[in-house]
Design a protein around this ligand. Structure first.
Ligand code: DQQ
Length: 726
């Protein structure tokens, strides 16, 4: 059809039309544009006759040409304007028929999450407590951050060919959410990162025009054409030619994992804001591109549309898939919710070839009423005995026992909840071990600002690693001025807590020790009530601090009793650090560490324990409970940033005689791991005085009884100096 019409234009001999339309076709590349140019082409087909008839009007050629040139200039402006709006994230690369038209169904109603920024003043800003160098000191030194602009969710972490890969939701243009693409970084040790260019994926297709949103990687068996193109993916070679090729690839493999190729399933937000799932593969993972720099979206995209019983804007963030050996099928979960019941759901899909997916007949792996939209669901096996280790996502049986972890990032509250339970490979359902610890009411990964987390199995060291997005808690205008927003947490190893038997341990990966460059150690001293102790020679903002206190206990009648109107039935998992009791001095708290502290303590971020004698629920007897908190109330002199207190209860077993804190401090982020990693709190601090070498470390005891410090170890950490790979 195209060539027929083009034929009529060249018959006309009017190259102007062609030269005006071609750039439009080229830029737009959409069916809508094609329809428009078809009209022009039809008009063009009548032109040759008309021009022949009206040769007497040749005196008008120049004015006409001038007019046409003016129109051309205006059209060019329109194109430039359009491209500019693309670059500013207002609109993306093309317009094309709606997703509904392609798929059938209702159109989406969508409210963009990112609004235009308010008027932000640039340097110098008189009302800001920070100048340019102060802002620079708030940037982290050993956490992963992109070179600039906005970052949110960690995506598709994986290990391939000797390298760890981290992708992330990234706005390449601004320090706020929008134009979401996939940034990419690689590392040999999960600590020292290198930025990879170009971006792994950008919104350049109708099915991801509103953003290449969150997704996961699955390590797949050989791709039979070795090029990663979708239709050739299969779990097993079938023809003898394929088998030959497979054999060749197996012989070729350089590393233990090289026979597996990552495939990425991600959510695309379409040109009319439907959420659909699409696939991408590395272009040449075998020979030329072992670092997985180039990615190709498959021709059959999108591979999944939202089912008709959910809203088309509530269908996102596919998990890493697992192989169901019994049924020879790939399985994968996508998060959503049911309106109007507000039930959070994990939709369960299956596929024989990773390309064609169908919802299992009973639809859900799991659901929980009242929890709302589930984002970034994660689902993985966890061994329940032996040394801390992880398992490949496809493992469902393990000699030492295995349970499964289900995590959902709750869109309503922006909190990451997890629950531990049993995955039944017959009924294909997940059941939490304890109903009261189901998603939304049980454990959180982190009690601070931590969201959209994602794990992966590290086959090199047989462990499961967790990443999470830590957002800013200053203002959007601050972010625009400083030019960046968002940090990834230190990668944490996660394993089953054999002692509590119902929760996870999270612990900074061992590799962080490669950054230690100076150590201060102290042992056995007493902090009297009201006492404060300055750690000498500890000026700076990059620390790994471990402190152990002797567990303090009192006779019941001396302890603070936490009561409430329901007769003492405080739900412990919602017990936060912002209760009034916590702000005042108690018998056994608060005591702990203050970091990012100015010399005069005007500014300090306080991390503390607080022991309470309280009732866990209406049927239990009161007993000692321990709260652990990151308190930002004095963390900055700036009045416009978050100054809340974050934290929750930490389990301290009866036979444990110490309370332990490990705290990672990195300029504007403080990650607290309490009691060996049973409770974790990540918060942001924006000091105005306690910056760099003006930041100190203190121990303090605001309890009315004395506290014993058993040991204190403070490691100063080096910068990781992330730069682009050559
Ligand atoms: N971020 C992505 C979504 C996801 C959300 C978009 C969670 O895919 O649900 O940037 O932060």
């Amino acid at each position: 059809m195209m060539s027929e019409k083009q034929g009529s234009i060249s018959d006309c001999g009017d190259d102007l039309f062609t030269s005006l339309e071609e750039p439009l076709l080229h830029h737009a590349g959409s069916e809508a544009r094609m329809a428009k140019s078809d009209e022009h082409m039809l008009a063009g087909s009548t032109c040759s006759g008309r021009r022949a008839r009206d040769s007497r009007y040749s005196v008008l050629v120049f004015p006409l040409l001038a007019a046409l040139l003016l129109v051309a200039a205006m059209l060019c402006c329109a194109v430039v304007f359009r491209m500019a709006s693309v670059l500013t994230g207002e609109e993306m690369f093309m317009s094309s028929p709606s997703t509904a038209a392609r798929h059938g169904g209702l159109r989406a109603s969508y409210t963009p999450k990112s609004k235009e920024p308010s008027e932000a003043e640039l340097w110098p800003r008189e009302d800001s407590p920070w100048n340019e160098s102060a802002w620079e000191s708030l940037r982290t030194a050993f956490h992963f951050q992109p070179p600039n602009n906005w970052m949110n969710d960690p995506n598709a972490p994986l290990f391939y060919n000797g390298w760890y890969h981290l992708f992330y939701q990234y706005n390449p243009k601004e320090a706020y959410w929008g134009l979401i693409s996939w940034g990419h970084a690689v590392s040999k040790d999960l600590i020292h990162w290198l930025y990879v260019e170009p971006f792994a994926m950008v919104p350049d297709q109708w099915y991801d025009e509103n953003g290449v949103w969150t997704g996961s990687a699955t390590m797949l068996p050989l791709l039979l054409d070795g090029r990663g193109r979708g239709p050739s993916i299969t779990a097993a070679a079938t023809t003898s030619l394929e088998k030959e090729e497979q054999k060749r690839r197996w012989q070729q493999r350089r590393e233990g994992d090289a026979q597996l190729i990552p495939g990425i399933m991600y959510t695309g937000s379409t040109n009319d804001s439907w959420q659909v799932q699409s696939l991408a593969f590395p272009s040449d993972p075998w020979e030329e591109d072992g670092l997985l720099v180039q990615w190709e979206k498959v021709a059959d995209n999108p591979v999944l549309f939202p089912p008709d019983f959910i809203n088309v804007t509530d269908f996102r963030d596919p998990t890493t898939a697992w192989w169901d050996d019994k049924r020879s099928l790939w399985m994968m979960v996508i998060g959503s919710h049911l309106r109007p019941t507000h039930t959070g759901i994990a939709l369960l899909y299956q596929s024989a070839d990773f390309l064609n997916w169908e919802l299992v007949p009973h639809k859900f792996l799991h659901l929980t009423q009242g929890t709302g939209m589930w984002e970034c669901v994660d689902f993985y096996p966890i061994p329940t005995s032996g040394e801390p280790r992880g398992l490949d996502t496809s493992v469902s049986e393990w000699a030492g026992g295995v349970k499964h972890v289900l995590k959902a990032s709750m869109d309503d509250t922006k909190l990451d909840f997890y629950t531990i339970g049993h995955y039944d490979t017959e009924s294909l359902t997940f059941t939490p071990d304890e109903e009261e610890l189901d998603l939304g009411s049980g454990f959180r990964y982190d009690w601070g600002r931590y969201y959209a987390s994602k794990t992966f199995y590290d086959p090199l060291l047989q462990r499961r690693i967790l990443f999470g997005w830590v957002n800013e808690s200053d203002t959007r205008d601050d972010d625009i001025i400083k030019g960046w927003s968002g940090v990834q947490s230190i990668p944490r190893q996660v394993w089953f807590d054999n002692l509590t038997q119902n929760s996870l341990i999270q612990w900074p990966i061992e590799e962080i020790k490669s950054l230690y460059n100076r150590t201060i150690s102290l042992t056995s001293f007493t902090l009297e009530s009201g006492g404060i102790f300055k750690v000498e020679e500890a000026q700076g903002a990059q620390w790994d601090i471990t402190v152990s206190f002797t567990k303090p206990t009192l006779h019941v009648e001396q302890g603070p009793f936490m009561d409430d109107d329901s007769g003492g039935a405080v739900a412990p998992f919602f017990m936060g650090c912002n209760q009034n009791e916590i702000l005042s001095r108690g018998a056994l708290g608060p005591f702990g560490v203050s970091v990012l502290s100015s010399e005069d303590l005007q500014e300090q971020t306080r991390i503390y324990f607080y022991r309470l004698f309280m009732q866990e629920n209406s049927t239990s007897n009161p007993s000692w409970k321990t709260l652990v908190c990151n308190d930002l109330s004095r963390s900055t002199m700036a009045s416009h940033v978050d100054n809340g207190t974050y934290g929750g209860l930490v389990t301290v077993l009866q036979d444990e005689d110490e309370l332990m804190l490990r705290i990672l401090v990195d300029h504007s982020i403080v990650e607290t791991f309490a009691q060996g990693g049973r409770t974790v709190i990540t918060t942001r601090s924006y000091p105005t005085i306690a910056l760099d070498r003006l930041a100190n470390i203190y121990l303090f005891n605001d309890a009315s009884t004395s506290i014993e410090v058993r040991s204190l170890t403070v490691h100063e950490l080096s910068d990781i100096n992330i730069h682009y790979i050559n």
